[in-house]
Write a protein that binds this ligand. Sequence first.
Ligand code: PMP
Length: 435
Amino acid sequence: HAHDGIRDSVASRGLGDVYKRQPGPKSIMLAERRANSVAQGHGTVCNVYIEKAEGSLLKDIDGNTFIDFAGGIGTMNVGHSHPRILNRTKNQLDKYTHTCFSVTPYESYIELAEKLSDLVPISGSCKAAFFNSGAEAVENAIKISRSYTKRTGILVFSEAYHGRTLMTMTMTYKEDPYKKGFGPFASEVYRLPYPSNKNEINFDNLDFDPKDIACAVIEPVLGEGGFIPASKSGMKAVEHFCKKNEILLVVDEVQTGYGRTGSFFAIEQFDVEPDIIMLAKSIAGGIPLSGVIGKSEIMDSVHVGGIGGTYSGNPLACEAALEVLDIMITEKLPDKAIDIGKAFRFKIDNIIDQCPWIREVRGLGAMMAIEICDPDTGDPDKERTNRIHQYALEHGLIMITAGTFGNVVRTLMPLNIDKATLDEGLEILCSALME
Ligand code: PMP
């Protein structure tokens, strides 16, 4: 059984033994070919080339096994190669892979739209539209919001990440690497400080007229911005500001979506009601799919043909998404996210006294992160963060970083990670933090 094969190699390695074998010779050879053929702008943080992935484990082409705490940047909430997703998509592969929903439609798109419209925490009748990437969902939510409100302005927040296309890059906060040299940017995008526990939001002295704003776009927990949850009062204040000025509240759940934070949607934990929710990443188990779900009246304000795209709501992706939805419920993955978050805090709390560079352990549910700062100066310590990342990689743990200053270690492991693998991964993380 292939899964046992991958698992065994982690077990036989055992904890604590130094494992500086990767990248191995095959990965190094691929890195050379890559340097000659792939644009360098498309970076990579772990230079091990993957051959197979199952559950929460990755195996590279040199035979090294890694515990996956990155999950393709939060895309594999149901785990790699979930047998139910494999079966469902293989079944669809035998029928057809693409017809284009705008040409000849199919049932899976409708069924997914029905299910998600029922599921989102938005009252009244809702409708959905599907796209390919998170950025594309954001782009379309903006088009829909402008069409409905007949206003042009877009309100975003500091540390936000919404994508790399012109509009979403403009909405994104961090200059390097996302915006450097890529201007001019889209107009009519306004920014306020993100409302966190450390940052009370203030709507006085605005540099825009609220009556010009079509929508406010906000992540319930900042993803790329460093896993900072919005404060409940801040989120409430944003909702109040939106209601008062007839601005649509658009919630970006691309990274928080589907169970990661301990509830199906993170926004459920904030006692506010959005007008539109955007989803991507984990909704289709790694097959590109994104969605915009909102109040019917808003979604239907766009004229026929105004939104769409060749691959939007591709049948393979819709089938996978339907299966993901069911797995989320039957495997109780939002509950598992809470357990993961607790295990994470417990392990880190045990070593925190030995790591004065840990500034903060924070997050929501399984969306947990550790901020690393210089204990003497208090400044963000990107170098130490990179060392932690590298140590983890060398010891068999794939992780990624985040934050405006690149000094946040974040974890996005599959939510159905088994306890032994989770504990083993957390042990490696702790060793890396203590180094
Ligand atoms: N919004 C958020 C909150 C994200 O985290 C991301 C991806 N990191 C995006 C939008 C963009 O998604 P994609 O990369 O699929 O375009």
